[in-house]
Structures are given as C-alpha cells and as structure tokens.
Design a binder for this molecule. Structure first.
Ligand code: GLT
Ligand code: MN
Ligand code: MN
Length: 388
C-alpha cells in the first residue's frame, strides 16, 4: 500500500481560484479572507501539488497599469521559482466583469466581442510568459436566458469566429499552445452554448484549425446534465481531444457544486481514474474544486490534500482491479471469442458479407447466455469498499 503522498509525476494542479476561493455564494458573503496568489503558490507547494493554473485576473487586476502588471508577474514568477510550482494551464476571465453580462465572444455587441478577443490575446501572452502549454476556454457567460434575445446560430458562429481568430494569433506568434474548450450546460447563464463534451467535440471539427483544439471536461458539469462523465471522457480520448481535465465532484442535477474530488460519487470517480490510468493520459490532473464555505484555510489545506489523496487511492484500487484474478477471469469469460468472426475485423468486403450471410448464428442460445455482471459489479464494489 502506498503512502498516497503526491509527487510531481502525478501532475496534480489547482487553480488560483480554487484554493483561493473565499466562500462567497449567491446568498452569502465571503467566509474566508482573500489570500494572495503568492501565498496560494506556497500553500500548494506545502501540500504537494505540482502546478497552479490561473485566469488573467486571478493574478493581474483587470484595471492594473502595464507597469503594475509587470511587477505583479515578476513577483509571481519568483514565488514559482522559490516553490518549484509550474503553470501548465492558463485561461481568461470572460465572465466576472459587467461588460460580459451578455457573453464575451458571443455577445450581441461587437464592441464586447472585440474587447473579449483583445483581453484573451493579452491573457494568452501572460500564459505563455508563465510557461502554460494549454489554454482553457470556459464560456460561462456564452449563452442566453431568452432565445428571443440571441439567435443560437449566431452564438455558435461568433464562437467559431473567435476560436479561429485566436488560433491564428497563436500560430502567428509561434506559441506552443493548445486550446481546450470546457463545456457546461448552464450556470451562470440559463443556457450555455456547447453544453456538453459531445457538443464541444462536434463544434471543434468545424474550426479552421481543429488540430489545435480539444476539450477540458469537468466532472461537475457533465453531472449537472445527468451524464456519465467517463463516457464523455472516453469519447474525447478516442477523438484525440482530451487536452486537459477538471476533477471535482457533485451529485446529479444540482448547481455547480465543485466539491472535493471523490467526495460524493466514489464509483463514478473510480471508473474515471481507472480510465485515465489505463489509457495512459499524460496531461494535468487539475482539481477545479473548492472547500466548503464552512472551512478556514487549515481546512482548505485538508481539502487540497484530500483531492490528491483520493485520486491516488482510486489509482491503487484500479491497479488492484486489474490484478484481481477472479475479476480478470470473469472479464475473460465475458469477452470470450473463439475467433469464428475474425473475418469481420477488417471491415466490409463482398467476401465477408457473403460469408456472414450464410453463417449460422444461434440467436436463442445468445439470448440464454448468462452475463455475470452482477458478480463482477459486486467484486468491483468490494475492491472499492476495501474488503478484498
Ligand atoms: C469557474 C468555472 C470553472 C472553469 C474555470 C475556468 S472558472 O470557476 O466554474 O469550471 O473551469 O475559467
Ligand atoms: Mn464547476
Ligand atoms: Mn472547470
């Protein structure tokens, strides 16, 4: 059994906005004092994280002068150097300022759209300066309350125009940077464009530079839509588009709870970790979560440690599942193949079709065959519950 201590190779990251969350919600004021980005970097180093991610304005206030910006960035870089923390991902805040009340890239107002592009170019420059290789786009305000106010077709087209413009900007600057679109079905808008991983994957194929763009799926966001997160992640992986991942937890059908990873739906998160480890996902394991509003900063540390520890425990459980002789024997039985239909593996041919047409297949026997999934699922549960 491991000691579950995080190592840099685990690639665990947190956003400045996650451990720095001050506990404000729509009904209540902050319950924690603001701590500085530099304090956050040191806290992350102390708990054993590898990296920190940020929005432009998590670090540089929106109204900072250029010289203030440069000083803030220099101080922040020193904290990174001192602590050994890296910045693998950056993003733009396109949702807090009232200018973005009707969206950023998809606003009806061309001035807002231009400002959003300008702000993102500057934020990309900042991300590059800090070493980021992945740039996330979470379109929290890109949507509508009333579809009388904005045509969804315009929304999609404007989103595409923005992504195309920014991809060309990155190419023009010779930046080594990839884009990751983060879907969410609603909140803070009633309806957000590109609501799920599937919508985002389909949209990416319509861009001028689809190779530069992938997705950043978040557990909580797919759970808000009642979807199986691991299935969405698998589809992104299959398409070569799993550029980043936001780990947290929450119950189905709730608001965006952003709870500690693994705090609610252990079985779902087990399959997720198992998937990421089995396929060899090499990107950041980013915890886009925050501590309960009732926590002080000591408890925020416990929250951060808990995210990483639970991931490592589930990783160990996945290895145990893969090494369990009884489970593997059941899987072998389930996937039994006598090779009779190997000729279908190379796809359609007239020969294959003719052979298939004359094959005798015992439908009744197929229907009568037992699939020991109850037994397999119970064994999985027992691995998870620690009794195997
Ligand atoms: C915001 C949102 C997250 C996004 C972040 C990136 S900010 O907290 O809830 O899901 O990943 O912009
Ligand atoms: Mn969220
Ligand atoms: Mn997120």
């Amino acid at each position: 059994m491991s000691n579950y201590n995080p190592k840099p190779a685990d690639k665990f990251t947190f956003g400045l906005w996650t451990v720095g969350n001050i506990g404000r919600d729509p009904f209540g004021e902050a319950t924690r004092k603001v701590i500085s980005p530099i304090q956050i970097v040191h806290m992350l180093a102390e708990v054993g994280a590898w990296g920190v991610n940020l929005h432009d304005n998590d670090l540089v206030p929106i109204d900072a002068t250029l010289s203030e910006r440069d000083q803030i960035v220099a101080n922040f870089k020193k904290a990174l150097d001192d602590s050994g923390i890296v910045v693998p991902m950056a993003t733009t805040n396109l949702f807090t300022d009232p200018a973005f009340k009707d969206g950023a890239f998809t606003s009806n107002d061309p001035n807002v759209r231009a400002y959003a592009l300008q702000k993102t170019m500057n934020a990309i420059d900042l991300g590059i300066e800090l070493g980021a290789k992945i740039y996330v786009f979470w379109g929290g305000r890109e949507g509508s309350e009333s579809d009388s106010a904005k045509n969804p077709l315009d929304g999609i087209k404007r989103m595409r125009d923005a992504m195309n413009f920014l991809c060309e900007y990155v190419k023009d600057q010779d930046y080594d940077l990839k884009f990751a679109l983060e879907p969410k079905p609603n909140e803070p808008r009633s309806n957000i464009y590109l609501p799920t991983v599937g919508h985002a994957l389909a949209f990416i194929e319509t861009l001028d530079n689809p190779d530069m763009c992938g997705v950043n799926p978040e557990v909580a966001h797919e759970h808000m839509a009642g979807l199986n997160f691991t299935h969405g992640v698998a589809q992104a992986w299959d398409a070569g588009k799993l550029f980043h991942i936001d780990l947290n937890d929450q119950l189905f059908g709730r608001y965006d709870q952003d709870f500690r990873f693994g705090s609610e739906m252990i079985k779902q998160n087990f399959y997720l970790v198992k998937f990421l480890e089995d396929v060899g996902y090499g990107g950041s394991r980013h915890f886009d979560a925050h501590a309960y509003r009732s926590s002080n900063y000591d408890d925020v540390r416990e929250f951060a440690k808990g995210c990483m520890r639970t991931y490592l425990i589930l990783k160990e459980k996945a290895a145990q599942f893969n090494a369990d002789a009884e489970i593997q024997a059941l899987l072998a039985e389930i996937n039994d193949d006598d090779g009779s239909f190997d000729y279908l593996n190379s796809g359609y041919s007239q020969d294959a079709a003719a052979k298939l047409r004359s094959a005798e297949i015992d439908r009744v026997a197929l229907g009568e065959r037992n699939l020991p999934y109850e037994k397999l699922d119970q064994l999985t549960m027992e691995v998870l519950l620690g009794v195997r």
